[in-house]
Structures are given as structure tokens and as C-alpha cells.
Ligand binder design. Structure first.
Ligand SMILES: C[S@@+](CC[C@H](N)C(=O)[O-])C[C@H]1O[C@@H](n2cnc3c(N)ncnc32)[C@H](O)[C@@H]1O
Length: 277
């Protein structure tokens, strides 16, 4: 099923085996709210055919609303069986969405068969985002729409910046596969616009959403940050209980210096909608 190989992919799949049951409620339901907004921007008509690439637990797919009664449908594809399992099991009443294991870099789908493609928080996790965007363009009909969301990392809080700085210091000694740092910029509106234009899409428009919250203490903070992606999860999973306790003490000390903004986090999203010529 996977055409693109990279040591990072195995780590991503391990991460989602662990994170799949936690994903929908993570960070106070931030993914759920982002999915709501993305589906709203995709504005799928009941007769339209929609593809949700990197559908995860189906938060976006179930909301796309293509209706078989009107000739429409929504197909969600993902490389994580664990995420697809949740997507199929937690089906809201009225959702006609269908799901299949498939790599967004290599869609086993015919040319020009979809009216809409969505990619909710997928692009930074891809080894070759340009290849996946070309695939989205290929399966879209002329005039079809693409709607994407990405987290905007530059809007992280001081507490998140301190936490990730500690994590980077700790991670130096481990060989954990990672994607290039520039993937962290995909949520900047200018970067998302450039990615879509380079892939041949036009009439790109972007919009933002920022959700803020906090955790009560260092333990809850580290639990939450482990859910932030394959890298923090891989690194923190290496710690034995004593190491984890020392890490939490270090985080607590860093947070004390921040005063009121300790343990606050943002989930900031950029959304973009564009058309295939
Ligand atoms: C952050 S989750 C987003 C899930 C969902 N789209 C949402 O908006 O909530 C990223 C998803 O992308 C999937 N993914 C990563 N690489 C992929 C690839 N090459 N092809 C398909 N899915 C992929 C992961 O398995 C994961 O389910």
C-alpha cells in the first residue's frame, strides 16, 4: 500500500497505534473543532464526491456530507489501521462515509473523479507533500476544490516553546527519525498558499482559528504534549519512570519562571481553500 518509504513512517504508525483512542478528545477537543471548520469550508453538496486524504479517525470525513441518496459520497483514506479502526467504529448517526487504507502519495483512484479533496492536518506528516498534492490535483475534476488545514506552529505559547526546547536538548542523544524542519512552517498562511500554488491550485484563500487552554500541572502537561506528534511521543516513551519523573520536575521548574502563562497552550490552525484549474 505504501509507495514512499522512510524510517519516519514506522514511527508515525506506532504513534497512531498509541494515539488513536485519545485523538478525538485530545487538547480539549481541538481536532474536533478544526475538523468542523474544515468541513464547513469544504462545503460539500449532497450530490458531490469528496475524498478526505489522511482522514485519521474520520472527524472531517463524517462531516463532509456527500449523500448516497443524492449520488454523493465521502471516502476517507489513511495509512494508519488504528486511526481507520476508530473512524469506522465511532460513526455518528447519519454518516455515510466509507474508509479505505491508502497512501496519500499514491492514491489508487481514477483521474478527475472527485469534486472536493480535504486534507486535515496531513501535509506536515508527509514525506513528500508535493507528491500528495499532485495526487489530489489528479483525482480532482477540473474546477474541483481542495480544502486543507495545518497547525500554525509560530503561534505556540511561551510554555510550549520552553517545553520543546527542553525536548530538543534531551533528544540530541537519540537517533529518532524526523522529517525536515521546514515542515513545521506549513501552517504559516504564506507557506500553505505557496505549497498549493506550486502544486498548480489557484484562487487560494486562507483563514485562521486559535484555541487556547492550559493543564493543571507538569504531569498533565507532559501527557498532553506526548499526543502532539510522533517525535515527542517517541522520545518520551524512551524514558523509564524515574527518568520521566525527572523530566516532569524539569518542566515544572521551567514553568514556574513563566508565572501566569505556565502550562498554557495554543492549538492554532490555518485553513486554505483553492481550486484546480
Ligand atoms: C494529525 S492526523 C489528522 C487526522 C484528520 N485528518 C483530522 O483532521 O483530524 C494525521 C493523519 O494523517 C495520516 N497520514 C500520515 N501520512 C499519511 C499518508 N502518507 N497517507 C495517508 N495518511 C497519512 C496519519 O495516519 C494520521 O491519521
Amino acid at each position: 500500500m505504501r509507495s514512499v518509504t522512510h524510517p519516519y513512517i514506522e514511527q508515525l504508525l506506532d504513534f497512531y497505534v498509541w494515539a488513536a483512542p485519545l485523538y478525538d478528545a485530545s487538547a480539549g477537543g481541538a481536532h474536533d473543532r478544526a475538523a468542523d471548520r474544515l468541513a464547513e469550508l469544504a462545503a460539500v453538496e449532497p450530490h458531490e464526491h469528496a475524498l478526505d486524504a489522511g482522514c485519521g479517525t474520520g472527524l472531517v470525513t463524517h462531516r463532509l456530507g456527500g449523500s448516497p441518496a443524492h449520488g454523493g459520497y465521502a471516502l476517507g483514506v489513511d495509512i494508519s489501521d488504528a486511526m481507520l479502526h476508530v473512524a469506522r467504529a465511532d460513526r455518528p448517526a447519519g454518516s455515510g462515509a466509507v474508509f479505505a487504507p491508502m497512501d496519500a502519495h499514491d492514491l489508487v483512484l481514477r483521474d478527475a473523479t472527485f469534486d472536493v479533496v480535504t486534507m486535515g492536518q496531513l501535509l506536515p506528516y508527509l514525506v513528500s507533500p508535493d507528491v500528495a498534492l499532485a495526487e489530489a490535483g489528479r483525482v480532482l475534476r477540473a474546477g474541483g476544490r481542495i480544502a486543507v488545514s495545518c497547525q500554525r506552529r509560530s503561534l505556540c505559547t511561551a510554555a510550549e516553546a520552553r517545553f520543546f526546547a527542553i525536548l530538543e536538548e534531551m533528544g540530541g542523544g537519540f537517533r529518532i527519525p524526523r522529517l525536515p524542519d521546514y515542515h513545521d512552517h506549513f501552517g504559516e498562511p504564506w507557506a500553505l498558499q505557496a505549497l498549493l500554488e506550486q502544486a498548480g491550485f489557484e484562487r487560494v484563500s486562507t483563514t485562521q482559528m486559535v484555541i487556547g487552554n492550559h493543564t493543571p500541572d507538569a504531569k498533565a502537561w507532559v501527557d498532553l504534549m506526548m499526543q502532539a506528534g510522533p517525535y515527542p511521543h517517541a522520545l518520551l516513551s524512551l524514558l523509564q519512570p524515574a527518568g520521566r519523573a525527572r523530566f516532569e520536575q524539569r518542566v515544572a521548574a521551567a514553568m514556574e519562571e513563566l508565572g501566569e502563562t505556565a502550562y498554557t497552550y495554543h492549538r492554532a490552525f490555518t485553513f486554505a481553500v483553492a481550486r484546480r484549474p
